[in-house]
Design a binder for this molecule. Structure first.
Ligand code: ATP
Length: 241
């Protein structure tokens, strides 16, 4: 079994606030791994560190064996990152944006662009300016950009946030398909239904610490409940007490 991500004793301090307090976890190649936790738990911070966008205060993080501080460039060539809150160039049309991103990422395979157009699923709106898009339409365009490059690891911060149920289900199925084609996923989400459906394993993070790691089934069995939402609540409440 090869590891896609290895995080060991990771700490991140912002000035005098410690957002991540010594977390460790591993993601196996081919897994869909979910990082779940309440608001402010440290999810985005952790995702950004693994995506080489933020430097850790201490600890070790490697992606496909490359160290995030020493080999960031090598890692960037293998991953894609979808930020939680992101926009796209408003004056470009959707199709111009995807073509531009294909160039930026050195994708010269036209089938990759076709795939992105399919994932974006914007119909004729793909020829309209991004400035006219709704929040959900922008999210779909950005997801298409993130998956277009067939990354070895896709780090998606709340991939379906702002999407309606039909679109969210579509995106979940796309994530599963892409995993079957060889992409490893690290996602964060507040939607426990989504996490239970998608993720092979999850880590529950709260106040910068990880309290549980396991498959949704294992965690539900451990807490003797029949959904992940209850596991989540139990973990968070027990930490508060
Ligand atoms: P959410 O579910 O609300 O998106 P999250 O789990 O992604 O939350 P983070 O964005 O990682 O949480 O933030 C973790 C903590 O670190 C929060 O308390 C936040 O206020 C703090 N934090 C994040 N970025 C900074 C920063 N640049 N400077 C200071 N504190 C920060």
């Amino acid at each position: 079994m090869r590891l896609a991500v290895r995080v060991k004793d990771l700490v991140k301090r912002y000035k005098n606030f410690t957002a991540v307090r010594g977390i460790s976890f591993e993601i196996r190649e081919g897994e869909i791994f979910g990082l779940i936790g309440p608001n402010g738990a440290g999810k985005t911070t952790t995702l950004r560190i693994i995506a080489t966008l933020l430097r850790p205060t201490s600890g070790e993080v490697s992606v496909f064996g490359y160290d995030i501080t020493k080999d960031a460039e090598k890692i960037r060539a293998l991953i894609s990152y979808l930020p939680e809150e992101a926009g796209a160039y408003k004056d470009m049309t959707g199709i111009e944006y995807l073509k531009f991103m294909a160039e930026v990422y050195g994708v010269d395979d036209s089938s990759a662009l076709d795939k992105a157009i399919e994932i974006a699923d914007l119909g004729p709106d793909i020829y309209n300016k991004v400035g006219t898009y709704s929040k959900g339409m922008i999210r779909k365009l950005l997801l298409a950009r993130a998956l277009m490059t067939a990354p070895k690891l896709a780090i998606l911060d709340e991939p379906t946030s702002g999407l309606d149920v039909i679109n969210a289900v579509r995106i979940r199925n796309i994530i599963k398909n892409e995993r079957n084609r060889g992409t490893t996923f690290l996602i964060s989400s507040h939607n426990m239904l989504e996490v239970a459906y998608l993720c092979d394993r999850v880590a529950i993070i709260h106040k910068g610490r990880i309290f549980e790691i396991g498959s949704p089934e294992e965690l539900m069995r451990k807490y003797d409940v029949d959904n992940l939402e209850e596991v989540f609540q139990r973990v968070v409440i027990s930490v508060e007490e």
